[in-house]
Write a protein that binds this ligand. Structure first.
Ligand code: GUN
Length: 281
């Protein structure tokens, strides 16, 4: 079994992006800028945002974090987004999720101009991705896609099973695999025989949020398995894949941590640079 090293792939991608930022700076005399809005004091969100800021600085992006307390009014956030939409130094805007209950997530997502939507959550980008047009692509599925392509460049006709149907992961992942000419089955918690579906797969992407759901005997011998899960359990952080069992069966597998996670942040930087480049045309 080959361990797909997301940490190493992310470091390589960041090095390429750093080079690209240097070249853009020489050409345009400005650098892409990422602004993250963080609401409330949820620890995981704070950690994510700190990592995003650190990585953005590392590749030479202009990075800013705007923090609001949990009690902030929706209107204040929407006004700030409007201001950032017309700020030429801001290439990408990300509002860290989850949001407090009194703030309408969809309203916030739709307030971000599609050309600055580094998350790829705006309906315009969702639609463009599903139609096969140029769009921002959500960072986690984009990271999974790049890891799969690095390992297996030709996905023509492969059978892919995506476990999970979220807007964040499962649905955009399906679109990316379809674009690569995979035959894609999208499964979820109500799928009748998940094991039988997975056993058909050349590629499994598990993004369902259930600890160690995908077992060793669910996986074909030569399958590529991508584990998007980050689940807190009594034995620490585990993925949606039973690592020990599946590592005995699969051809290639991503670890948790050190698999998809580092790629997600690197892809956010890539999306910011891509938004900047599109805005210069
Ligand atoms: N919270 C957890 N993952 C994400 C993500 O990809 N984007 C945003 N905006 N918030 C998140």
């Amino acid at each position: 079994m080959i361990l797909i090293d997301g940490k190493k792939a992310a470091a390589e991608l960041r090095a390429e992006l750093k080079q690209e930022v240097t070249e853009l700076k020489a050409k345009h005399n400005k650098v892409p800028g990422l602004t993250v809005i963080l609401i409330g004091d949820l620890t995981p969100s704070q950690i994510y945002v700190r990592n995003k800021e650190k990585s953005a600085n590392e590749v030479g992006l202009k990075s800013e974090v705007i923090k609001y307390p949990d009690s902030v009014e929706e209107k204040t956030v929407l006004e700030k987004i409007k201001e950032l939409n017309s700020d030429k130094t801001v290439s990408g805007i990300l509002v860290q999720l989850p949001l407090p209950k009194h703030i309408d997530k969809q309203k916030v997502i739709e307030a971000i101009h599609p050309s600055k939507d580094v998350d790829g959550f705006h309906p315009m980008n969702v639609g463009n991705l599903s139609s096969g047009y140029e769009s921002s692509i959500p960072c986690t599925p984009l990271g999974c896609y790049l890891l799969i392509k690095k390992f297996e460049p030709n996905l023509n006709g492969k059978k892919a099973v995506v476990v999970g149907r979220s807007n964040l992961n499962g649905k955009p992942m399906t679109q990316l695999l379809l674009k690569e000419n995979c035959t894609v089955t999208i499964t979820h918690s109500k799928t009748k025989d998940l094991k039988a579906e997975c056993l058909e797969a050349d590629i499994i992407v598990a993004a369902v949020g259930i600890p160690e759901l995908v077992r060793g005997d669910w996986v074909k011998k030569d399958a590529i398995v991508i584990d998007v899960g980050i689940n807190k359990t009594d034995k620490g952080i585990v993925g949606d894949v039973h690592f020990e069992e599946v590592s005995k069966n699969a051809k290639a597998l991503t670890p948790v941590p050190g698999g998809v996670g580092p790629m997600t942040i690197a892809c956010l930087l890539k999306n910011t640079i891509d938004c900047f480049k599109r805005s210069q045309i």
